[in-house]
Design a protein around this ligand. Structure first.
Ligand SMILES: [Zn+2]
Length: 124
């Protein structure tokens, strides 16, 4: 559980809908974003896998990149139950929130095989 940067309490919860950003080795990519709606989580997992696949396909075209790739999936779309404003630049991982670690690990395992990459979740 993340702490609210405003009141420093354990009061954050995910918004009902929003957008997540994928970073690989701390780098973003223009369209590496996925919408989420907490009522449509199967759709989210599907869309996330598709965007990850696009990102990795793009990365696989470059030579001499780090063999190890650390993946983060972050969002600013959390709400504090004390109504604090969360600054736009503060982002939290959605692992364990919008997707289980097990499911994301499995997704990265599958895509890692497809692109011969060492993919792991980066703890943020
Ligand atoms: Zn707060």
């Amino acid at each position: 559980m993340e702490y609210c940067p405003g009141c420093l309490s354990n009061t954050l919860r995910i918004a009902g809908s929003g957008i997540v950003q994928i970073l690989i080795n701390d780098r973003p990519k223009d369209n590496a974003r996925v919408l989420f709606n907490t009522n449509k989580m199967d759709q989210f997992a599907e869309d996330l896998e598709k965007r990850l696949d696009d990102f990795l396909k793009w990365l696989s075209e470059f030579k001499n990149l780090e063999a190890q790739k650390r993946v983060q999936v972050l969002t600013n779309d959390f709400k504090c139950s004390n109504d604090c404003r969360i600054p736009m630049n503060v982002k939290f991982s959605i692992v364990g929130v919008l997707i289980t670690k097990t499911k994301l690990d499995a997704m990265l395992g599958k895509l890692g095989l497809k692109y011969s990459m060492d993919l792991k979740i980066k703890d943020s």
